[in-house]
Ligand binder design. Structure first.
Ligand code: MG
Length: 243
């Protein structure tokens, strides 16, 4: 690869193991240090692209995230060089969160993740409810013209019109990413669009785990393997992810 490398990373299931509930994800001091070192090695060409909101990511990462280009809410929010670009929060999601809570009841193990531009309905603690959650999410999406996205033990309702592929294109149009070859790494169905975008821009995509491996150019076993690549990159081996 002759173009310089730009590293575009999903967060949950890629940099950290998917937690039982969204709030339970933990960003270790080592991960913060590795991202800072990789950012330095890549002259700023490292971005995180997540379905979480920017607010959620900031709460988990703290100030370590400030120098990193971040596309959050599946690309609806973009922060680069300290500037944030985002549409106004959508009022429909707090209403749907209340309705969903009433529908399933607190005791059933359905966990809600309310964001500015979406509502995640998690059933990891109650896998038997998958079809009921799916049907409910489909009803809500149809009633409010929302997009619906299935992820790892979650159905997410969100505003239509942005996906992680759009986020890849938006980021790669910015300095210092422009002209680099993107390497995208992700684990879930929403990451397939990002891998497609990375390829269209002359780069490639790696899967973490098997879920989307058939759509990727290679596979890393687990988030720990991604950290291993970041350790090598931080230590000065730019080919860390290409061996
Ligand atoms: Mg993920």
């Amino acid at each position: 690869m002759t173009s310089p490398l730009a590293l575009l990373l999903d967060f949950d299931g890629t940099l950290v193991p998917t937690a039982p509930t969204p709030d339970a994800a933990i960003v270790s001091d080592e991960l913060r240090t590795l991202v800072a070192a990789a950012l330095e090695r890549l002259d700023g060409r490292l971005a995180i692209i997540s379905g979480r909101s920017l607010e959620q990511l900031d709460a988990l990462w703290g100030r370590a995230l400030w120098p990193v280009t971040v596309a959050a809410s599946h690309g609806l929010e973009l922060r680069h060089d300290g500037h944030r670009r985002a549409p106004p929060p959508a009022g429909v999601f707090p209403r749907l969160a209340r309705a969903t809570d009433a529908h399933f009841g607190a005791a059933q193990g359905v966990v809600l993740e309310l964001k500015n531009y979406g509502l995640g309905i998690h059933y990891r603690l109650a896998p038997r409810l998958r079809l009921a959650v799916k049907a409910w999410a489909e009803d809500c999406a149809a009633a409010h013209d929302l997009a619906i996205q299935e992820g790892e033990m979650v159905f997410e309702l969100r505003l239509p019109g942005a996906d992680k592929g759009d986020a890849v294109h938006a980021i790669m149009a910015l300095a210092p990413f422009r002209g680099a070859a993107p390497l995208y790494i992700g684990d879930d169905f929403t990451d397939i669009a990002a891998i497609t975008a990375a390829r269209a821009l002359g780069g490639r995509g790696l899967a973490v785990g098997r879920r989307i491996a058939a759509h990727a150019d290679g596979m890393l076993e687990s988030p720990e393997a991604v950290l291993e690549g970041l350790r090598a990159l931080a230590a000065g081996a730019p080919s860390a992810f290409f061996t």
